[in-house]
Design a protein around this ligand. Structure first.
Ligand code: PMV
Length: 352
C-alpha cells in the first residue's frame, strides 16, 4: 500500500434530471433524486495517481499541472474526502495526488464529478479500503454531489434518501452502458471560461431565496421514474421531452433566484432554437439539449440522427458561436490503470 503509485481513470456524467439544491450542506444530501448518463472515458476523462509515503513531507495535490493550495476553502471542502477516507483506513501517512483532465475544468463540463469520483476510486485502492461501489458513491457524494453518479457506468440514479446521516443517499446503476448502444451525447462547447458562480454557492442561493424551489423536488422525483420507464422502452422521443423539460426547469429556477443566476449565454439559446427547429421539422424529438451549470450544451441523440444534428448546428459552427463538438457514447465507471500510465515520477516524488 505505502510507496506504491495507484492510478485510475474516470469520466464525467451528464444529468438528465438534475440535482440542484441540498437539504444538508455538510453531508451533501440532495433535495431530490437525479439521474445521469456516464460518458465514455475515451472522450472525456480524468486520470488520477495517488501515493502514500512516509517520504512525503506534506499532502500535495496537483491538478492539471498546478499545485493546489490546500488552505483554499473550496479545495479544503473537497479534500475533506481524502481525510475521511484516510481516517477510515486508519492511515496517517501524507499523500501525493496528481490529477489531470483532458477537458477544461470548471466550465460546466462536470469536471468535479469526474475528478472526485476518480479520486474516491483511486484512494479506495491506494488505502486498501475495498469499499463496494455503493459505499464509494456515498463517499464521493461528500466531495461533490454529482460525483457519486460517476462511480457507475451507464444510466445511474442518485437516490435522494431520507435518513439524516445520508447512508441511504447513494448512486445505483439502472442500466449498464451496453443497454442502449445507439445513444450518444454531443458536448457542444461555446465557452471555456471558468463559471462565475460555483454550483455549490448557486444552489444554496436558490434554496434560500427562491419560493418557486418548493415545487421542484416532487416534480423531479416523478420525472426520474418517467425517465427510467422511457429508457427501459428505449423510447427516445419521450425521453428527450423529459430531458429538455428538466434542463429548462433548472435554469428557470436559477434565473428566478435572488440575485439572479444565469449560466446560459446567447449561444446556448441559439443551440436550443436549432434543436427545437430540428425536432419540429422531424415531426418528433430526434435530439434533446441539456445544460448544467454553464453555457455549454449536451445534445443527446441516437447515432442515426447524428448527421441531422450536426447539420442543424453547422451554421453556429460556421459563425464560431460553437467552438467545437465532442461526441461520446455511454461509458463505463472508473477503472484502475497500469503503472505505465502513472502520473507520478516515483524516484523524485513529483508529477511526471
Ligand atoms: O455536484 P455539483 O456541485 O457539481 O453540482 C452539479 C449540479 C449540476 O451539474 C448542475 C446538475 C447535476 O445533477 O449534475
Amino acid at each position: 500500500m505505502l510507496d506504491k503509485v495507484y492510478t485510475a481513470q474516470g469520466s464525467p456524467n451528464i444529468a438528465l434530471v438534475k440535482y440542484w439544491g441540498k437539504r444538508n450542506e455538510r453531508l451533501i444530501l440532495p433535495q431530490n433524486s437525479s439521474i445521469s448518463l456516464t460518458l465514455s472515458s475515451d472522450i472525456l476523462n480524468t486520470t488520477t495517481s495517488a501515493m502514500l509515503s512516509k517520504k512525503i513531507k506534506k499532502d500535495m495535490f496537483y491538478l492539471d499541472g498546478k499545485l493546489q493550495n490546500l488552505e483554499d476553502k473550496e479545495i479544503r471542502e473537497r479534500f475533506g474526502m481524502v481525510d475521511s477516507m484516510r481516517d477510515l483506513a486508519k492511515v496517517k501517512e501524507n499523500i501525493l495526488i496528481v490529477s489531470k483532465n483532458n477537458f477544461p475544468a470548471g466550465s460546466g463540463m462536470a469536471s468535479s464529478a469526474s475528478g472526485i469520483a476518480t479520486l474516491a476510486y483511486v484512494l479506495n485502492g491506494a488505502l486498501g479500503l475495498d469499499l463496494n461501489p455503493r459505499d464509494l458513491s456515498i463517499i464521493a457524494r461528500q466531495g461533490s454531489g454529482s460525483a457519486c453518479r460517476s462511480i457507475f457506468g451507464g444510466l445511474v440514479v442518485w437516490h435522494r434518501g431520507s435518513r439524516a446521516d445520508g447512508k441511504d443517499s447513494y448512486a445505483e446503476q439502472e442500466f449498464d452502458e451496453s443497454y442502449w448502444p445507439d445513444l450518444i451525447d454531443n458536448i457542444v462547447v461555446v465557452s471555456q471560461e471558468k463559471k462565475k458562480v460555483s454550483s455549490r454557492a448557486g444552489m444554496r442561493q436558490t434554496v434560500e431565496t427562491n419560493p418557486l424551489f418548493r415545487q421542484r423536488p416532487p416534480i423531479a422525483e416523478g420525472r426520474v421514474e418517467e425517465l427510467i420507464y422511457a429508457y427501459r422502452q428505449r423510447n427516445f422521443d419521450s425521453m428527450a421531452e423529459l430531458i429538455m423539460a428538466d434542463s429548462n426547469e433548472m435554469h428557470a429556477l436559477m434565473l428566478s433566484t435572488r440575485p439572479s443566476i444565469r449560466y446560459l449565454n446567447n449561444n446556448s439559446f441559439k443551440i436550443m432554437d436549432a434543436i427545437e427547429n430540428l425536432n419540429e421539422e422531424a415531426g418528433g424529438n430526434v435530439a434533446a439539449y441539456t445544460f448544467d451549470a454553464g453555457p455549454n450544451a449536451n445534445i443527446i441523440t441516437l447515432s442515426k440522427y447524428k448527421d441531422q444534428v450536426f447539420k442543424a448546428l453547422k451554421p453556429l459552427q460556421d459563425s464560431k458561436d460553437i467552438l467545437y463538438i465532442k461526441t461520446s457514447g455511454v461509458g463505463e465507471g472508473p477503472r484502475m490503470l497500469d503503472d505505465s500510465d502513472s502520473l507520478i515520477e516515483q524516484s523524485r516524488l513529483s508529477p511526471k
